[in-house]
Design a protein around this ligand. Structure first.
Ligand code: GRG
Length: 300
């Protein structure tokens, strides 16, 4: 009775348990770095809360591939480190110039620009250390593939490339194709890496990797559409970051291009397509199905 199994899946419980495990692993991942100032700046942003969506996706994909998610935890931590680094750098005055992140002053507001850049650099390089040095019991060829996926997602073909096109587009008329390019690179590439890396560690075969690729594209774009919507509809207090920034920076967003209602419809369609890709995995995909819904229903 697959239906009964799906309905018995307790998403709130799953989310809370996953977050607890991830918070503990993040805390463990930063050793007694020296100098102390660098350690404090790294911890300040990495342990500042956040939804922890990326590590949760990584662990869920590992489990969907029938792997032991404990073995994927260092990679899950690495993904949150890369994400946190990108937030620190994105908030800098030379980028998005923001004062508030995860409900507290941004890293450079507390530690200054130079230390914020270096804390980001240290988190980015620690991410690769987590995979290459702090992972046990995963075949070396799989870990090498994970390193490759992380490099592609963080570098010019992913985050950095998306950020550059985003910066170049400020104050310009941008069409839907360019907007999708920005979102799929700036946000989607890392979300995709979370799923692919988790699945690789779990021993996934090509059919699951292909399905996760489709799922990732859907949730990646939907995630960013919802981000655009929340920028207009939610408060800074709830978001934990400055609301209304896109309007102030005259950024092209989904609501600006196609309106709020159509943006919501598009996000829902994308999430449905993402979920459909996992149909062959039936009830085993319950966590990823629920995570896809969480992305469109979130309020921050
Ligand atoms: C140096 C490798 C390197 C990259 C830097 C700055 C930059 C290039 C890229 C910017 C990437 C960026 C900030 C994308 C926005 C992604 C996004 C929507 C972040 C918000 O994610 P949530 O809502 O945040 O998951 P929490 O706080 O919950 O983790």
């Amino acid at each position: 009775m697959p239906k009964a199994v799906i309905s018995s899946f307790d998403f709130a419980d799953y989310l809370a348990n996953s977050k607890n495990l991830i918070e503990a692993a993040l805390d463990d991942s930063l050793g007694p770095e020296n100098p102390e100032l660098l350690r404090d700046a790294m911890r300040y942003s990495l342990l500042a809360g956040g939804k922890r969506l990326r590590p949760i996706l990584c662990l869920a994909a590992c489990e969907l591939a029938c792997g032991d998610s404990e073995k994927a935890m260092p990679t899950a931590v690495a993904l949150e480190m890369i994400h946190t680094m990108s937030l620190i750098h994105d908030d800098l005055p030379s980028m998005d110039n923001d004062d508030l992140r995860r409900g507290r002053p941004t890293n450079h507001k507390v530690y200054g620009d130079a230390i914020a850049i270096l804390a980001g650099d240290a988190l980015l390089t620690r991410a690769f250390e987590m995979v290459a040095i702090r992972t046990s019991d995963v075949p070396a060829d799989r870990l090498l593939m994970v390193v490759g996926e992380l490099s592609l997602a963080a570098g010019a073909p992913g985050l950095v490339g998306g950020q550059v096109v985003d910066l170049e587009s400020e104050g310009k008329e941008v069409d839907l194709d360019t907007l999708e390019y920005i979102h799929l690179h700036k946000t989607g590439a890392l979300l995709r890496a979370c799923l692919i890396c988790g699945a690789l560690i779990g021993g996934a075969k090509q059919d699951l990797l292909d399905a996760l690729d489709v799922y990732a594209k859907g949730i990646g774009l939907a995630f960013q559409i919802i981000d655009d919507i929340l920028d207009v509809t939610a408060s800074s207090e709830v978001l934990g970051k400055t609301a209304g920034k896109d309007l102030i920076a005259d950024k092209t967003t989904y609501p600006k291009l196609i309106g709020l209602e159509k943006s919501k419809e598009r996000a829902n369609e994308l999430v449905q397509a993402a979920k459909d890709a996992l149909n062959p995995w039936k009830e085993k995909s319950a966590p990823l199905l629920a995570l896809a819904d969480y992305i469109t229903n979130r309020d921050r």
